[in-house]
Design a protein. Structure first.
Length: 249
């Protein structure tokens, strides 16, 4: 990243290693918490330098029952570097009971066996900007009103049946048959997650997008699907990088 020009990037979507002892191919995910946070501070400063003042930086991070403070510590570590403009919850799985009492479950999660902790069905997406005043395209991810009478009742709808989705994003992992063949990486986010970040920032406002922790290239595929002109990704593991290149064709 040190080689990239100042203020040359419109959008950063990334998920760094979480320091939760994930078994990556090359990277060792076991630092002590303070040196990990200092390292995050270092690359985040580079993200700030390369990001335009009109840009957005979406940072996906989860936690573990043993480290519930991790995402919050990360935000505190970066509070002098960026303004936290939005906090989004990536919901991987949810169970909903409808008015008739029918219970339905959606999505996937890794069940844990514990007498103390709940299954972990969500992660964070922190939306950082330089000023806290970057306009976003809320309706690009809009959903129809449940109660249609709101369309005429509220003037701001301008007669359109589309409202802001809000900050809870249900994005399930795709069902796969073979992890080795279809998802050869231990910690990915779905393409759709990055795609929604591009759309929320505003597709037409993204000329150049960056992912400093590319993995197997889900953010690159999102950029491709959204028609982003230029994408830059960094990955230290040649095997993951080769898979990313193969997937974007
Ligand atoms: C959480 S994963 C990202 C996964 C990615 N979002 C995806 O969906 O495939 C973090 C990645 O960062 C890579 N990594 C760790 N240190 C790095 C560094 N200094 N430069 C570039 N990549 C690095 C790891 O090899 C790992 O693939």
């Amino acid at each position: 990243m040190a080689e990239l020009a100042d203020a040359s990037i419109d959008l950063v979507v990334t998920s760094p290693p979480y320091n939760l002892r994930i078994e990556y191919g090359k990277y060792s995910d076991r630092q002590d918490r303070q040196s990990y946070l200092k390292w995050c501070q270092k690359w985040a400063a580079q993200v700030r330098r390369v990001l335009k003042s009109s840009g957005s930086f979406f940072l996906n991070i989860g936690s573990a029952p043993s480290s519930p403070m991790l995402p919050h510590e990360m935000v505190l570590e970066l509070r002098d570097t960026f303004v936290l403009q939005n906090v989004i919850h990536w919901i991987k799985s949810i169970t909903i009971e409808d008015r008739e009492g029918d219970v339905r479950s959606y999505g996937h999660f890794k069940p844990i066996s514990s007498k103390r902790f709940l299954n972990d069905c969500h992660e964070y997406i922190f939306h950082f900007t330089k000023t806290g005043r970057v306009e976003i395209d809320r309706l690009a991810l809009g959903v129809p009103y449940q109660d249609k009478s709101n369309i005429s009742r509220w003037r701001h709808t301008r007669g359109s049946d589309l409202r802001c989705r809000g900050n809870t994003w249900f994005i399930p992992y795709e069902t796969i048959q073979s992890r080795v063949k279809e998802r050869p990486h231990p910690a990915t986010f779905p393409v759709q997650l990055a795609e929604w970040c591009v759309k929320l920032h505003g597709v037409s406002r993204v000329q150049t997008m960056l992912d400093p922790f590319l993995g197997i290239g889900n953010s690159a595929i999102a950029a491709q699907r959204c028609g982003v002109k230029k994408f830059i990704g960094f990955e230290i593991d040649e095997t993951y990088l080769a898979e990313a290149k193969r997937r974007i064709g």
